[in-house]
Design a protein around this ligand. Structure first.
Ligand code: CAO
Length: 425
């Protein structure tokens, strides 16, 4: 018994944003049936290929614990199969370009006619308005959602971040919307539309920057490094380099080995509450009570000098030694971990946050497991399905096709090249 056992998801998603969402639902126990174009499938199966002939990591890492059925949604028999799936499923999740689902004949009105309890959940680039028809990818969303303009250094161009806040971030938002709609349906018996626009998702994650935009009306943002450096503020929230967003001065500083290791760095926060500990650790006990250093406002114009001194100390330690020394003193620090270090971290393997998965085409690979842990709904990460691997099984077991009817659908060509398992033969 898992949290979402019994919930059936018609997974009409592709690329990253939608698949992130349905993968989470699958991990929580939903039966996720991924619909893919016959012979082609999700485009990511063949993108960034590292093992020739095998599904890519792009695909396998976003489609765990799902079943795959091939259906040509533009073919009459394909539409018939899809209609039966809509009747059987609790939720249809999609992230097609705007209008694509309507063109297939499965818009919101059509879906409600087929199954009034169905929840239709969509990722789109933008919400209703002048950009609603645009196709949108990750970096476009990061730019349109306010993240890029507030990321990077003051004297450099806007930057996108490596975290996929537009795609995976919006997938997360959508998953919450779906579970919430399922909860409401328990009381109303009705389905509803759930929309997560990528611009909105990115903006939600950039909320503190809109906070700062409004604070600008009351004067400069004194926790930004540029304030202490005497650089005037413009009209919009500026880029703040590695300053921390919460008002406590913080920087990324070099650690031992930085000359050769691009990730020998630590994040270091000179939190006001532990200022005296910071002074002791870096060998500047005189700063504890000194005029101009003792209180946070006094320190604002000396942050470069202070962080230079902290860095002189961090450069004598590895990033892990910095962590070991500072943690007991409640000084917030964080080693800059490389993906290699994360991949090899035994602690992350133990918690199931990084998992090794076996795949028939590509062998063993690493994936990120479920980042949300439920004590009563354990997650077992299973490999992603091969294209159409479950077509026969879903036709027979979920949709009840059998005998001549089953043969008719299989021979129509609308469900790809079906391999018959014993049960369906
Ligand atoms: N059988 C037959 N046709 C199918 C099909 C199936 N099983 N599955 C999809 N198709 C068709 C669609 O109906 C559509 O046809 P029409 O344009 O004729 O209506 C066509 O495939 C292409 O779909 P698309 O426009 O969604 O795909 P694209 O590659 O052109 O665009 C993307 C990709 C991501 C830009 C677009 O889907 C989009 O903007 N999605 C919403 C925002 C989003 O999720 N962006 C994140 C992408 S990364 O996660």
């Amino acid at each position: 018994m898992k949290a979402l056992s019994g919930v059936k998801i018609l997974d009409f998603t592709h690329v990253q944003s939608g698949p992130t969402c349905t993968q989470l639902l699958a991990w929580f126990g939903a039966d996720v049936i991924k619909v893919e174009r016959p012979g082609v499938g999700d485009a990511t199966r063949k993108q960034l290929v590292d093992v020739p002939g095998a599904d890519s990591l792009y695909f396998t890492m976003l489609n765990h614990n799902k079943r795959s059925i091939e259906i040509n949604s533009k073919d009459e028999t394909g539409k018939e199969v899809l209609t039966r799936l809509v009747r059987e499923c609790d939720v249809l999740v999609e992230n097609f370009a705007p209008g694509a689902l309507d063109r297939m004949g499965f818009g919101w009105e059509d879906l409600q006619r087929i199954n009034p309890r169905i929840i239709m959940a969509s990722v789109k680039g933008f919400g209703p308005g002048k950009y609603e028809d645009c196709k949108v990818y990750e970096n476009v969303a990061q730019c349109a959602g306010g993240s890029a303009s507030t990321t990077g250094f003051l004297d450099g161009p806007p930057l996108v971040t490596g975290a996929q806040i537009g795609d995976s971030g919006t997938g997360l938002h959508l998953a919450l919307g779906i579970v919430t709609a399922l909860f409401q349906r328990e009381k109303t018996g009705r389905g509803q539309k759930v929309l997560a626009a990528m611009q909105d998702g990115v903006l939600n994650l950039s909320r503190v920057k809109l906070r700062d935009q409004q604070r600008l009306a009351s004067g400069p943002l004194n926790e930004y490094s540029q304030f202490g450096e005497g650089i005037p503020f413009g009209e919009a929230t500026p880029r703040a380099g590695n300053d921390s967003g919460g008002g406590q001065p913080g920087r990324i500083l070099k650690c031992k080995g930085w000359e050769t290791d691009p990730n020998a760095y630590t994040y270091f926060i000179t939190q006001a509450a532990v200022w005296k500990n910071v002074c002791d650790v870096i060998g500047k006990p005189e700063w504890k009570e000194a005029e101009g250093y003792a209180t946070p406002p006094e320190r604002l114009d000396k942050l470069n000098e202070i962080f230079d001194a902290v860095e002189q100390w961090t450069m004598t330690k590895t990033k892990f030694e910095v962590m070991d020394i500072c943690n007991p003193l409640n000084i917030p620090v964080g080693p800059i971990l490389s993906m290699k270090e994360i991949a090899e971290d035994p602690g992350l393997r133990e918690t199931g946050t990084v998992v090794e998965v076996d795949h028939p085409e590509r062998g063993k690979y690493l994936s990120v497991g479920c980042p949300i842990k439920l004590s009563d709904s354990e997650v077992t990460v299973e490999r992603s399905p091969l294209l159409g691997e479950h077509t026969a099984e879903i036709l027979a077991e979920v949709l009840g096709y059998s005998g001549d009817e089953f043969d008719r659908v299989v021979k129509s060509g609308a469900v790809g090249d079906v391999k018959l398992p014993d049960a369906a033969e």
